[in-house]
Design a binder for this molecule. Structure first.
Ligand SMILES: Nc1ncnc2c1ncn2[C@@H]1O[C@H](COP(=O)(O)OP(=O)(O)OP(=O)(O)O)[C@@H](O)[C@H]1O
Ligand SMILES: [Mg+2]
Length: 578
C-alpha cells in the first residue's frame, strides 16, 4: 500500500499519535486475550478433562472468562478513542482544504467543476477518515495477529505451521494485483462521483431555467447517464472485491482441510495430542476473520490512497495570487488608482482581452467605463481586487504596485459590487457586514440609504431576515441594491461597481444615483456602465474599444468628439426607451 499521497496524510494523524497508539495497544491486548483462549482450551482438554479434575476445570473456565472480559473492555476502549482521533483528523484536513480553496485564485475555480471540489471536501475526506480510524489500526493488529498465531502454531507443531505459512503465498500474490486494480477503480469511481455531484448541483442551482425551458427530460437524461456511470464504476469495484474475497474465503478452508488431514495423522502416530490439534485448529480459525478483514482493509487503503491523491491535487495547486515576499500593508490610502500599460489575457487563453490600458483615476474621482458588451469592462475592474493578475503592465494604488501590497490590506480598501449580485445564505445584517465586519449600526443604515435598500426593514425579521441561497427570495433589483449597500458599507477608499444599477426602474435608479453621488464624492470609483443615465455619476468616462482605452474625457466631450461612443450610447438609450 505504497502511496505518497496517503503517506502525506500522516501530518494530520500525528497530533493523534497518542490516541492511535492507545487504540493499537487496546487492540493488541484484546488480540492477546483472544489468542490465549485456545491455549486455555488445550490445557483444559489435555489436563483436567483427561484427568477428570473438577477444580482445575473451574479455574481454567474462570481464566477463559477473565480473558473474554479483557477482550471486550479493550474493544470498548478502542472504539471510544477512535472516534476522537479519526474525526479530529478529518476535521483538520477539511479545514485546510477549505482554507486552501479560498486562497486559490479565481482562475482555479473558473477551471474546476464545483461538484468535484464538493466531493473531495466531503466524501474523499470521509474515505480517508475511515481508513485512518479503522483500517490502519486493523492493518497493524491483523499483521500482529498473523505473526503471533504463526509463532504459537510453530510451537504446537512445526510441519503443520510451515504448511500454513506456505499456503498464504497465493493470498499475498493475489493481493498485490488486487491493490493495483482496485486503486485505479477507486480513482475512477471518485472522479465520476464528482461529476455526478456537479450534475446534481447544477440542476439545483439552475432549477428556474430548467423549469422554464421545460428541460426536465434533458437534465434527467444527463443525471441518469452520470448516475449510471457511477453505478458501473461501483460494480467494477464490487467485481474486483468479489473475486479477491473469494480467494480470501477459500484459502483458509483449503489450509484447514490440509491441517486436519496432516494433524489427524499426527495424532494417530502419537506425535500430537488431541488438545494440541484442537488448539491448532482453533488458532487457525482465528486467522480466517483477519484474512477476510485484510481484504476489506486493503480495499479501504486503496480507496483512501486515491482519495488522498485527489485531495493533494488541490492542496498542491499553488495559489498564484498571494502575498509576495516582502508585500507591505498600506494602512491608509488616498485612493489614487493608476493603470500603466495593462495587458491581460485570461490564463490559458491566447486571446488578449486588454492591451496597453493607461488610466489615472484621481482620489475621489469617479471614472466610468463604457464600451460594447464583451469589450472587457468586467475583466478590467476584476484586476483591481486581484481576482486576476495583469499579464503585463501594472496597477497602482497610491503609487504602489498592488502586487507589492498585502492582499488583505489591498482588498480592505476596496468595496466591490459585481454584475451578478451574489448573496450568501445569511441574514441581511451578515450580508452587509461581509467586507467590513466592524461597521456600526449607523454605517449600515446609511449604506442601506445610499443603495435605496430600505425595503429590508420591511422584511419579516428586518435585518435578521435570512436571504436564501443567492438571495433567491429577493427580486433582482432588491438583490442588486443589497449588493450595492454591501459594497458601500464602511466607506471604502475605492469603489468598484460593475453595472450596479442595471436592474432598477428609472425612478429607483434616480434615487440611488442621488444618494450614491454623495458617497462617490469622497471615494475613488471605477464604474462599468451600460445605461447613459448612470453616466451622470461619473466625473470622466473612459471609452474602451478594441481592448484598449480609445478615448477619455467628460461624457459631453466624448459625445461631441467620438462618433463610436455616441453610437454605442444611443443604442443603449434606445434599448432603455423601448
Ligand atoms: N473567466 C473567463 N475566462 C476566459 N474568458 C473570459 C472569462 N470571462 C470573460 N471572458 C471573455 O473576456 C471578454 C471580456 O468579457 P467581460 O466580461 O470583461 O466583458 P464586459 O465588457 O464586462 O461585457 P458586458 O458589457 O457584457 O458586461 C469576453 O470575450 C469574454 O468571453
Ligand atoms: Mg461585464
Amino acid at each position: 500500500m505504497s502511496s505518497s499521497a496517503l503517506w502525506r496524510v500522516r501530518s494530520y494523524v500525528r497530533p493523534y499519535a497518542a490516541q492511535m497508539i492507545t487504540m493499537t495497544l487496546a487492540a493488541l491486548i484484546g488480540l492477546g486475550a483472544a489468542t490465549v483462549v485456545p491455549l486455555v482450551t488445550k490445557a483444559v482438554i489435555d489436563g483436567p478433562i483427561a484427568r477428570h479434575e473438577h477444580r482445575g476445570i473451574v479455574i481454567l473456565a474462570g481464566l477463559a472468562l477473565g480473558l473474554g472480559v479483557i477482550e471486550a473492555a479493550s474493544a470498548f476502549l478502542r472504539r471510544y478513542v477512535l472516534a476522537d482521533a479519526a474525526t479530529g483528523m478529518e476535521t483538520a484536513l477539511r479545514d485546510d482544504l477549505y482554507a486552501h480553496l479560498q486562497r486559490l485564485p479565481v482562475t482555479f475555480h473558473d477551471g474546476s467543476q464545483s461538484g468535484q471540489l464538493l466531493s473531495r471536501a466531503v466524501s474523499d475526506i470521509a474515505v480517508i477518515r475511515r481508513f485512518v480510524g479503522f483500517g490502519l489500526v486493523f492493518l497493524v493488529v491483523n499483521t500482529a495477529t498473523f505473526a503471533a498465531v504463526l509463532v504459537l502454531l510453530l510451537q504446537l507443531n512445526v510441519p503443520l505451521a510451515i504448511l500454513v505459512a506456505v499456503s498464504s503465498i497465493p493470498v499475498i500474490a493475489s493481493s498485490r494485483s488486487f491493490e493495483r486494480d482496485y486503486r485505479a477503480a477507486s480513482r475512477k469511481l471518485q472522479d465520476e462521483t464528482g461529476n455526478l455531484t456537479t450534475v446534481v448541483e447544477e440542476a439545483a442551482t439552475g432549477i428556474r431555467i430548467i423549469k422554464s425551458f421545460g428541460r426536465h427530460p434533458l437534465v434527467g437524461t444527463r443525471f441518469r447517464s452520470s448516475a449510471r456511470v457511477v453505478y458501473d464504476r461501483s460494480m467494477d469495484q464490487v467485481r474486483l472485491k468479489g473475486r479477491f474475497f473469494a480467494i480470501l474465503g477459500l484459502a483458509p478452508n483449503l489450509t484447514l482441510a490440509a491441517v486436519l488431514l496432516g494433524g489427524g495423522m499426527a495424532v494417530g502416530r502419537g506425535t500430537m495430542t488431541i488438545g494440541g490439534l484442537v488448539a491448532f485448529v482453533s488458532l487457525l480459525l482465528m486467522l480466517s476473520w483477519p484474512i477476510e478483514a485484510l481484504g476489506e482493509i486493503l480495499a479501504m487503503g486503496e480507496e483512501a490512497a486515491s482519495a488522498a491523491e485527489r485531495i493533494y491535487e488541490v492542496l498542491d495547486t499553488e495559489p498564484e495570487i498571494s502575498d509576495r515576499p516582502g508585500a507591505q500593508p498600506l494602512p491608509h490610502a488616498t485612493g489614487r488608482l493608476q493603470f500603466r500599460g495593462v495587458t491581460f489575457a485570461y490564463p490559458g487563453s491566447q486571446q488578449e482581452i486588454l492591451h496597453g490600458i493607461d488610466l489615472d483615476v484621481e482620489p475621489g474621482e469617479t471614472l466610468a467605463l463604457v464600451g460594447r458588451t464583451g469589450c472587457g469592462k468586467t475583466t478590467l475592474v476584476s484586476l483591481v481586487p486581484r481576482l486576476y493578475d495583469v499579464t503585463s503592465g501594472s496597477i497602482e494604488l497610491d503609487g504602489h504596485d498592488i502586487r507589492d501590497l498585502t492582499l488583505d490590506s489591498l482588498r480592505g480598501h476596496l468595496g466591490v459590487a459585481f454584475e451578478d449580485p451574489i448573496l450568501f445564505s445569511a441574514s441581511v445584517r451578515e450580508t452587509l457586514l461581509l467586507g467590513y465586519p466592524d461597521a456600526s449600526d449607523d454605517e449600515v443604515a446609511s449604506a442601506l440609504d445610499t443603495a435605496q435598500a430600505n425595503f429590508v426593514y420591511d422584511l419579516p425579521w428586518g435585518l435578521d431576515t435570512r436571504v436564501g441561497e443567492q438571495g433567491l427570495s429577493l427580486s433582482g433589483g432588491q438583490r442588486q441594491r443589497l449588493a450595492l449597500a454591501r459594497a458601500v458599507v464602511g466607506r471604502p477608499r475605492v469603489l468598484i461597481l460593475d453595472d450596479p444599477l442595471s436592474s432598477l426602474d428609472v425612478h429607483t435608479e434616480a434615487l440611488v444615483e442621488e444618494a450614491l453621488s454623495r458617497v462617490l464624492a469622497g471615494t475613488t470609483a471605477l464604474l462599468a456602465v451600460h445605461r447613459p443615465s448612470t453616466l451622470a455619476l461619473a466625473d470622466r468616462v473612459a471609452f474602451i474599444d478594441g481592448g484598449t482605452v480609445a478615448a477619455v474625457g467628460t461624457h459631453s466631450h466624448l459625445l461631441d468628439t467620438v462618433p463610436e461612443y455616441r453610437e454605442i450610447l444611443s443604442q443603449e438609450a434606445e434599448e432603455v426607451s423601448r
